[in-house]
Write a protein that binds this ligand. Structure first.
Ligand SMILES: Nc1ncnc2c1ncn2[C@@H]1O[C@H](COP(=O)(O)OP(=O)(O)OP(=O)(O)O)[C@@H](O)[C@H]1O
Ligand SMILES: [Mg+2]
Length: 453
């Protein structure tokens, strides 16, 4: 708010008139008869706006302006002059004046200028705030997202990164689970120690066992020497157990023991050794379901399900799509040495409409493939893969219901948007209300109307 104003003018009359007018408009006004007096006043209190005459004895307006800009006074300075030529105005603006007004002026004119400056400041502040938000939340360790659900995950990561607690990351294939595992490691106290990942479904049982825990020479035919296990390689750091649901049952027992005792015994050895690793378990399969089916031990499930992070599928956070698209375009511009500027609106619409069964990985691949083939500046809808072009047209019904009633359709649309907002915010009603730009009580009453719980 531009509330404190300093008026600098050698004419007592003008100082008086301006003071009356500005005070009436709600400003707090101080005044000075020349630049020197003004300097000593600005040293005692901050001003939002300074109105400064050009021609004054002792120290003139331009000299004061120079002084003010070198002192980096926060005030917006408006120069006033009766002898104003365009040149002095231009020079004043170059020196950092916010605006210029020629005398004589009507009170309304000066109030209008003040209003413009306030608006400009407000926009500048807003811009800074938005930009900060972009910097902070849209990119976290190369994870691009603005959806409430992913931002919550960022918060969680920051809270838990420093501890040794086991984390379970769940979510469909391609949602970014591995990125999140890495973000946990690199945000925590263990970031200077190794992070090692092992795919629990990638190796036959006996190989996986020696891979995990190591073996001693002669433990089996091929064991020509001692071999360190992954647990030991990750010592002091983080071990990511990817696709943990695929860990064979026999190894599940062994893993459970390691987690409980923090001791590892290499295959063929009689000695156990202490290990200090943080475990991050990752799964695309619902582990509780796997427990029910008897393919995953319930005791191990409880042991690793201390703290879990669920990464929602991309179709449930479509607001992230435009950001991800731009992120991948930038990345592939570098990699493919291209200068593609973005996607056309129809293409973005098609990308938004597609359900992305392969999640972010599929989106990444689609963008890469399209960019490699396109000759255009901006990606067009007809360059997208067939399944993406057709899915939109097939599933997108412009109206929620068959009825032509505005009321019925509006209500159906409202219901859909409310459900989407709740999904994107993990049922956080306060945040959902914000996304919907309605009040919290309005949201609750609408949820009741539409039977959403
Ligand atoms: N929010 C995101 N921002 C930027 N890139 C992302 C994001 N989410 C995923 N990716 C990218 O998508 C691809 C798939 O991510 P990632 O490997 O982490 O998925 P995943 O959940 O581990 O998949 P899977 O279950 O198949 O192993 C990677 O190339 C990753 O860089
Ligand atoms: Mg993965």
């Amino acid at each position: 708010m531009s509330k404190n104003i300093l008026v600098i003018d050698d004419e007592p009359n003008l100082r008086h008139v301006l003071t009356v007018v500005l005070e009436k408009a709600g400003y707090t006004v101080s005044s000075a008869a020349d630049g020197k007096e003004a300097i000593s006043i600005t040293e005692t209190k901050p001003f939002n706006v300074i109105l400064c005459d050009l021609r004054m004895p002792r120290m003139d307006g331009l000299a004061f302006l120079k002084h003010a800009t070198t002192r980096a006074l926060d005030a917006a300075i408006i120069m006033m002059s009766a002898y104003g030529t365009i040149d002095t105005a231009v020079e004043a603006m170059k020196l950092g004046a916010a605006d210029y007004i020629s005398k004589p002026f009507k009170p309304d004119e000066i109030l209008l200028k003040l209003g413009q400056i306030e608006e400009r400041n407000r926009l500048r502040q807003e811009n800074i705030r938005l930009w900060d938000a972009v910097q902070e939340t849209f990119s976290f360790q190369n994870i691009v997202a603005k959806s409430e659900s992913i931002r919550k995950i960022f918060d969680t990561i920051q809270k838990i990164a420093d501890y040794k607690t086991t984390v379970l990351i769940t979510g469909e294939s391609g949602t970014g689970k591995e990125l999140i595992a890495r973000a946990i490691h690199f945000n925590g106290a263990r970031k200077h120690k190794p992070i090692v990942a092992v795919n629990c479904g990638g190796l036959p049982e006996n190989l996986l066992e020696s891979e995990l825990f190591g073996h001693v020479k002669g433990a089996f035919t091929d064991a020509v020497g001692d071999k360190k296990g992954i647990f030991q390689e990750a010592s002091g750091g983080t071990l990511v157990l990817d696709e943990i649901a695929e860990l064979p049952l026999s190894l599940q027992v062994k893993l459970l023991r390691v987690l409980q005792d923090e001791m590892v015994r290499p295959v063929g050895s009689t000695q156990s050794a202490k290990v200090d690793v943080r475990i991050i378990a990752v799964t695309a399969i619902n582990l509780a379901e796997a427990v029910k089916q008897g393919i995953f031990r319930d005791d191990l499930f409880y042991r690793i399900n201390v703290l879990s992070i669920h990464v929602p599928p991309l179709r449930d956070r479509k607001g992230d799509i435009p950001l991800l698209v731009n992120h991948f375009i930038e990345r592939f511009n570098k990699r493919l040495n291209k200068e593609i500027k973005g996607v056309r609106p129809e293409a973005l619409q098609a990308l938004m409409d597609y359900p992305w069964p392969g999640n972010v990985r599929e989106l990444e691949n689609v963008i890469e493939r399209t960019m490699a083939l396109t000759e255009k500046f901006k990606i067009d809808v007809d360059e997208l893969p067939e399944e993406i072009r057709s899915s939109g047209a097939a599933t997108r019904d412009p109206w929620p219901t068959d009825s032509i009633s505005l009321k019925t359709n509006t209500m159906a649309l409202e219901k859909t948007l409310i459900q989407r907002a709740l999904r994107e915010t993990n049922n956080n009603r306060t945040h959902a209300a914000k996304l919907l730009e309605i009040s919290h009580p309005t949201l609750l009453s609408k949820m009741k109307t539409y039977g959403i719980s």
